[in-house]
Design a protein around this ligand. Structure first.
Ligand code: GDP
Length: 175
């Protein structure tokens, strides 16, 4: 029954304007949405921020929180299962902020949390300021995955959603 679904909390981090809201909205329309996509999970408010995801025949609920709504998430002691650190590949400042966040997350949590670095807005090809190579190198340094997305083109957004759940499960049950 749907009440047995595992709920995981995912914090969307990153500078204003990088696409956190747009990504979260796009997740809600994903083709990986499970059978109970319209269902409400009573223990967590804001059902519009929940998405049911199917992976390996098992469905879980991802509940998305935004760093801008929870700037003090550590102090609030909200249990977070995955951190998605977003920057825009056309905005160096947002990249620098993302790198700082990765550093802080690893200092605070060690490697015990799923952390994913996301370079969004890759459709703005001529405006690219951050290379894939640099972002991959920094992701490797901080022991996290790197994904490039475009919400505008719906590129790799579903893959990112499933990747988040996959990372959370790997963290809980190491392969
Ligand atoms: P947030 O402040 O991080 O939540 O950013 P938003 O989701 O509000 O996005 C900021 C702006 O960037 C909006 O105008 C979005 O439409 C735009 N945006 C988001 N993702 C993309 C993308 O992949 N490509 C382009 N070209 N624009 C995007």
């Amino acid at each position: 029954s749907k009440s047995n679904l595992q709920v995981y909390r995912v914090l969307m981090m990153g500078a204003p304007g990088v696409g956190k809201t747009a990504l979260t909205r796009q997740f809600m329309t994903s083709e990986y949405k499970g059978t109970y996509a319209e269902s409400n999970t009573p223990e967590i408010g804001e059902p519009e921020r929940n998405v049911n995801v199917q992976l390996d025949g098992e469905e879980s609920v991802l509940h998305f929180l935004d760093e801008e709504q929870h700037p003090d998430f550590e102090a609030e002691e909200i249990p977070i299962d995955a951190y998605v650190v977003v920057f825009s590949v056309s905005d160096t400042q947002s990249y620098n902020q993302a790198v700082k966040s990765l550093k802080t997350l690893r200092e605070v949590h060690g490697t015990n949390k799923a952390v994913i670095l996301v370079g969004n807005k890759i459709d703005i090809a001529r405006g690219r300021r951050v290379t894939k190579h640099d972002a991959m190198r920094v992701a490797k340094k901080y022991n996290c995955r790197y994904t490039e997305t475009s919400v505008a083109l719906n590129h790799h957004v579903d893959e990112l959603l499933v990747g988040i759940l996959s990372q959370i499960r790997e963290q809980i049950n190491p392969p």
